[in-house]
Design a protein around this ligand. Sequence first.
Ligand code: NDP
Length: 370
Amino acid sequence: MEIDLFLLHSLIPSWTSVVLLVSFFTYLGISGSLLPGKIVHGATLPDGTRLHYRCNGLHSLLLLITILGIGVEVKLISPTVIADRGLELLSATFGFSVLVTLALYIAGHQSSARGSSLKPHVSGNLIHDWWFGIQLNPHFIGLDLKFFFVRAGMMGWLFINLSVLAKSIQDGSIGLPMILYQMFCVFYIVDYFYHEEYMTSTWDIIAERLGFMLVFGDLVWIPFAFSIQGWWLLSNKVELTKAAAIANCIVFLYGYRVFRGANKQKHIFKKNPKAPIWGKPPKVIGGKLLASGYWGVARHCNYLGDLLVAVSFSLPCGISSPVPYFYPVYLFILLIWRERRDEARCAEKYKEIWAEYCKLVPWRILPYVY
Ligand code: NDP
């Protein structure tokens, strides 16, 4: 009963959690607009225009780490503030996602009534429009919201992890599993920001409309669900052998290589279809589809790499509980579903060229299996 009451109380957003959240978004908005960064041209939109993205996420992240580091040093903030208020922050972020989706829903209907040149997609079904969104590229004070939210989610994930790390140092529970989990995540997240421009050619940015599914996914799911392993390690002890730790590092490095390599090859190909792939001229179908490198091994090798990385985030937790495997299982379901939707989109967009590609590269994600 007492635990139930504690949980209920923790789930109510406190003023501190609201202030933390608002400060974080305000910082991201200001730094995203002001800090220098490479300007990248996005995919061509249905009306022939192209959006531009200021890829300054890494600068924004490094500056925030510096500011927070100073804040911790002068004892203005506690490094465990997020770990201490995880549930409150979760509920505050959830509430914020609902409000944002509501605003997007109203703005989408208004721009559709105005007959916007980009023709927002209104299905007339409230649940559908709420969930999948109406506008493809909504902007607010000059910021592309989809790009902004995924940045917030990835940074939020890192700061939750760092706070959990501080907590584990404070309570003396830190060990090899926590260090491995933290190392892999830091590498993956910083690498994301280093390659932030690759995000501009991904499915989320070019094809998905912004509704609750994406807002919730970016703002709540990424930071809170992806950090489950860290939270779990705070209260569970795991003994890892040296061999298991080395095997874990190999899974991470191999998965990362495939994930980053495949995404990089596609990004380079889109910019310059003649650029060599694995040191050779690329095999191109119909002048549009890359069929060499990782894209000649399977049609979504990038998903395979990401899944291996996801498994490597959970392996430090051992196999005594299914809880830390939540992220790879969720990602597996998401990517299988997404792969099906992406195939349908590409089949419609590229028609016979796509059929030819499928004949040449029959495997969807994992060669000889799927
Ligand atoms: P992709 O980056 O694979 O993008 C799919 C698009 O790429 C297609 O719609 C098509 O778009 C283009 N394309 C597909 N095949 C080819 C080809 N052979 N040659 C040229 N262009 C091609 O998908 P995602 O955006 O879904 O994923 C990007 C990364 O993000 C992945 O590594 C994925 O694992 C990761 N991800 C991670 C998630 C997480 O929660 N951790 C969630 C979702 C994604 P076009 O019309 O431009 O040609």
